[in-house]
Each structure stands twice: as C-alpha cells, then as structure tokens.
Design a protein around this ligand. Structure first.
Ligand code: NAP
Length: 311
C-alpha cells in the first residue's frame, strides 16, 4: 500500500491516484485520508505533492518519499533533520517545458515587447534598434536539470549564453562560471538574467541589491525558480531607478500573489501564476512508476535530494 499525500484539491488528487494506479498495477496507491491507522506501519514509501509533513510522523516505517513535483524546497526544509529520504521528479518533459518558457520570455525581453506594449497603449509610433540575438547575452543562475536544457535551447536560438553553478562545469558553447567571483563576472555581462536555482539557505535572498547593481544598465531579470531567491524590495528599487528595464516573475514568496501586492500594477513587471514548467501527469506517472518498480526489485532507494546541500 502506498499513501498519496498532498494538499491538492480532492478532484485533482483523485486524477493523480487513478493515473498512478494505472501506471503501477501491482501496487495500491491510496489517499492518505482513506488509509486505516493499522495499515500505516506497513508503508515504506509515500507519493507526495507538497504534503503536510506533520502527517508523515504517523508512518513509523516510512523510509522515502517520491515527490511528483521537481521543486521540493518546502519538504527539504521540513525534513532537514529527518532520516526520510526525498526523491524529486526529474523529468525531461518538464525540463523541455521550462526551456520553452525560458526561450519564450527571453524573446519577449529580447524583442522589446514590454516597451512596444507601452507604446501601443500610448498610441506612440517609434522604432527601436534591433539587437541581434548573437549580441544578446543571457546569464542563467543554476545549471541543473532545468538550467542546462534551457541554456542549450537559448544557445540553439542564437543567443550568447552563460551559466553559473555551485560546482564548476564545462558545457559546449556555453560560458560557465562558479563561485563568488564567477557570479560577479557572469552577472556583469548578463543583459537578461534567468534564475533557475533551488531555494536553499545559501540562495535565499541571493538576488539582492548588490547583485542587481552588478547587472548592466537596462538589463532584465526572469525568475522561474522560487520567490525567496529574490529580495523583492531591492528588485523594485532597481526597477524604479531604471537600472533594470523589466522583470518577469513566475514565483513568489506567498502564492497565490496577494491581490494587495503592488507587483501586479508595476509597469515594468510581468506577473505569471507559477506556470513556467508544470508537472505533466503522464510522464510523471511513468517516471514515478519506474522508480518504485526498481525499488521493489532491488530495495535501493532512487537517487535522493542531498540533505547537506538542500537540493
Ligand atoms: P537542480 O537540478 O537541483 O539544479 C540546481 C542548480 O543550481 C545546479 O546547477 C546547482 O549547482 C545550482 N546551485 C544550487 N545551489 C547553488 C549555490 N549556492 N550557488 C550556485 N549554484 C547553486 O534543480 P532543477 O531541477 O534545475 O530546478 C531548479 C529549481 O527550479 C527548483 O528547485 C524549483 O525551485 C524550480 N522549479 C520551478 C518550476 C516552475 O514552474 N516555476 C518548475 C520546476 C522547478 P551544481 O550543479 O554545482 O550542483
């Protein structure tokens, strides 16, 4: 028996449970609310989507969780001192969706769409010089599953692409940077800065006044990772002073973004409702099924998220 533990609406949870049972015909995946107390001690693993971690304490023999989301930062913060391993979704379909979003919104900024939208609003006819993609420098914070596929997508579309990661990397045709000095060097050359870092104690608030000041005048920021990585007040200052031209934000400290937030109305901010790379039901179920079948056969927990690094 495998409990499914989430905070999804009941109808969405039922769709997931049905699809997972179809992908794993030898298992019984069941909503945690329907599990009898006596059955809980037989559960070695659970399938989760941002679960209420207090519920996990009721499962005395739980050794690992399979998340159906790629981002597991809340779970890692709650389970930092727990022996339970967390396996997150690593899905090429999701990485492709993210790379498409990175390309789409990079093109939006590259082709000056926010400026032309303002001009249309003011019935103002003015042509601006076109910068070739080969001269547009895009820096990506994070060269993991999502960052690397996005970097390649941008590079294949003619942009000059750089990426920054914790450990040094070599990727053909991508300028790679690591460490504090590497960060400053890349940021200083980024006309568009794309954030694809995980939220950890180290990355929280990392995109702050100091880092934003290092960006070239008139540059833009895209955050598709987690709201907590950007210091929002300092981002607003950088936009209001016109040091930055625009920000595309898909993720926020509190979601949904409050209707009282001033970010909604800001003329130089594009707000997206956390849609850059949603989990795909079919591909996610196939991947979760493959991992669970392998665990049943070998007793080996699939590669889990590092408790030391928090991602
Ligand atoms: P990942 O594979 O774990 O990659 C993380 C990358 O960030 C790695 O390159 C890592 O460096 C780098 N990194 C981590 N901490 C760092 C630090 N302190 N300094 C420098 N680099 C650091 O993660 P992913 O799958 O690409 O996902 C990234 C994030 O995207 C997720 O955590 C989630 O928050 C977000 N996400 C958003 C959506 C959405 O719809 N908006 C969807 C899915 C995921 P190393 O390579 O050296 O380890």
């Amino acid at each position: 028996m495998i409990p499914f533990i989430s905070q999804l609406p009941a109808d969405e949870e039922n769709i997931w449970i049905a699809a997972l049972n179809q992908a794993l015909p030898d298992e019984n995946i069941i909503a945690v609310t329907e599990l009898k107390p006596a059955d809980k001690k037989h559960c070695l693993l659970a399938i989760v989507a941002n679960p209420n971690t207090e519920l996990l304490a009721e499962f005395e023999n739980l050794t690992w969780l399979h998340s159906i989301w790629a981002g597991v930062e809340n779970l890692m913060m709650s389970l930092a001192d727990s022996p339970i391993d967390v396996v997150r979704l690593i899905d090429p379909t999701l990485s492709r969706a993210m790379s498409e979003a990175v390309l789409a919104w990079s093109l939006y900024l590259h082709r000056d769409m926010p400026r032309y939208a303002k001009q249309q609003h003011n019935k103002h006819w003015q042509q601006h010089q076109l910068v070739p993609a080969s001269e547009r420098r895009i820096g990506i914070l994070g060269l993991g599953e999502l960052g690397q596929v996005s970097a390649r997508q941008l590079q294949q579309n003619g942009f000059k692409v750089m990426g920054w990661s914790r450990t040094a990397k070599k990727i053909p045709n991508i300028g790679t940077y690591s460490g504090n000095s590497g960060l400053a060097e890349m940021v200083a050359q980024s006309d568009i800065l794309v954030c694809l870092l995980p939220l950890t104690p180290t990355t929280r608030g990392m995109v702050n006044k100091k880092l934003l000041a290092q960006l070239p005048q008139g540059s833009a920021v895209i955050n598709f990772a987690r709201g907590g990585i950007i210091n929002t007040d300092e981002l607003l200052n950088a936009l209001n002073s016109k040091h930055l031209s625009h920000a595309v934000l898909d993720v926020f400290d509190h979601e949904p973004l409050s209707i009282d937030s001033g970010l909604w109305q800001h003329p130089d901010i594009t707000i997206l409702p956390h849609i850059s790379a949603p989990t795909n039901l079919n591909s996610a179920c196939d991947i979760v099924a493959k991992n669970i079948i392998s665990f049943r056969a070998t007793g080996q927990i699939p590669k889990s998220v590092s408790k030391v690094n928090g991602y």
